[in-house]
Design a protein around this ligand. Structure first.
Ligand SMILES: [Zn+2]
Ligand SMILES: [Zn+2]
Length: 382
């Protein structure tokens, strides 16, 4: 089968690799019709992780079931399914408590938790930027779609990661109807966090970024765009909230945060978040931070350490949630919002491309070329 293969920093190619197949009785085999390129693919693409050369990216996947193992009882051949980027067993201590993002049995490294398709440090699983994908524990990990699956495919594929991840940021921040919310980062996840806050009935949503195409999308869904290359976002948010700061804040940038002139500063958005959220406000951090970052510009950051303004955070009595999203906690509900016509997260898709165009798509998305807000690859030419 054809798949996107990681060759080394800033280099992917589309190559023939061994076909994905059923390996265990609980597996499901999916013909991938849509697989997104994600911001976390870019961390790996740039060589800023331990992702091994020769492996395939792709953790935001949707497709058609073409074969099921002998122990699969719910999922049927021919069904359209969207797959949480987390691969989870459903029976370990963490899965039982709903933390499928930190599954203990799908992660082979005993000191780690959590597994995903085509992801650094998250197990050996191949990604879905390929014609076929093996889904372990298919009954648990497949979310089945209804008759509108093809018509709304671009909406449903966002349920694999970014829509639930954005929603999770607002859950951890504690967004409640009427709240004022500030969101750092208007990449796909930041836009999904803004969209989620709006769906939840937030009174005012402010989105901080500096890319005009992204800010335009934020405005289009009813958020206030804040260009941090032109204004101080902390002052802006305070002005908008009678000096108090926003009720809730979400960090959707991560460790490669940088100032408008391009200097990396991993604490930039975190400290601005603390500063622009009010006393006893809630923070949700879904931007990626890592325990080590050998490619970082300074010593502290190389060890995964961030000069976090803990004093201010403690003084303000804020609370913070962090980490990857347990997609299964939300995906059914978000699917049903889409099915019911209450959400249409595909508004951020700028490009739909065949698998062959992946190298060019990675280059443009990684260079933040204007207008490349979200790329969906269609391996099966759907
Ligand atoms: Zn993703
Ligand atoms: Zn588990």
């Amino acid at each position: 089968m054809k798949a996107v293969v990681y060759k080394g920093p800033n280099d992917v190619s589309v190559e023939d690799v061994p076909d994905a197949k059923i390996e265990r009785p609980a597996d499901v085999l999916v013909r991938i019709t849509s697989s997104n390129i994600c911001g976390s693919d870019l961390h790996m693409y740039e060589g800023r992780t331990s992702f091994e050369t020769g492996r395939t990216f792709g953790h935001e996947n949707l497709g058609e079931v073409i074969e099921v193992g002998s122990a699969v009882s719910k999922v049927k051949v021919g069904e359209r399914v969207v797959l949480p980027f987390n691969i989870a067993c459903g029976f370990c201590k963490n899965c039982e408590r709903g933390f499928t993002n930190y599954c203990l049995t799908m992660q082979p490294e005993p000191k780690l938790a959590g597994a995903a398709y085509g992801f650094a440090d998250m197990g050996p699983y191949q990604g879905g930027q390929a014609e076929y994908l093996r889904v372990p524990y298919g009954d648990f990990n497949c979310l089945r779609l209804g008759e509108d699956a093809e018509e709304k495919e671009l909406d449903y594929v966002m349920v694999a990661d970014i829509f639930p991840t954005g929603w999770h940021a607002t859950e951890m921040a504690g967004v409640y109807p009427g709240d004022s919310v500030v969101i750092y980062g208007a990449g796909p996840v930041g836009l999904m966090a803004a969209y989620s806050a709006i769906i939840k009935g937030a009174g005012k949503v402010m989105v901080v970024d500096r890319q005009s195409d992204r800010l335009k999308l934020a405005e289009q869904i009813g958020a206030i765009p804040v260009d941090d290359s032109k204004v101080d976002p902390v002052e802006f948010v305070k002005d908008q909230t009678m000096g108090f700061g926003a009720d809730r804040g979400c960090e959707c940038v991560g460790y490669q945060a940088h100032d408008p002139s391009g200097n990396e500063q991993p604490n930039l958005t975190l400290n601005r978040l603390v500063d622009s959220v009010r006393f006893v406000g809630g923070l949700g951090v879904v931007g990626v931070f890592l325990p080590q970052d050998p490619g970082a510009p300074d010593e502290l950051a190389k060890q995964g350490q961030v000069a976090f303004d803990y004093g201010n955070y403690w003084f303000k009595g804020q609370t913070m949630g962090s980490g990857q999203c347990p997609v299964k906690k939300y995906n059914r509900a978000l699917r049903d919002l889409i099915a019911g016509g209450k959400a249409s997260p595909s508004f951020l898709v700028s490009h739909e491309l065949p698998l062959d165009k992946a190298p060019e798509a990675y280059r443009n998305f990684d260079d933040r070329v204007d207008g490349w807000t979200k790329v969906v690859l269609h391996p099966a030419g759907s």
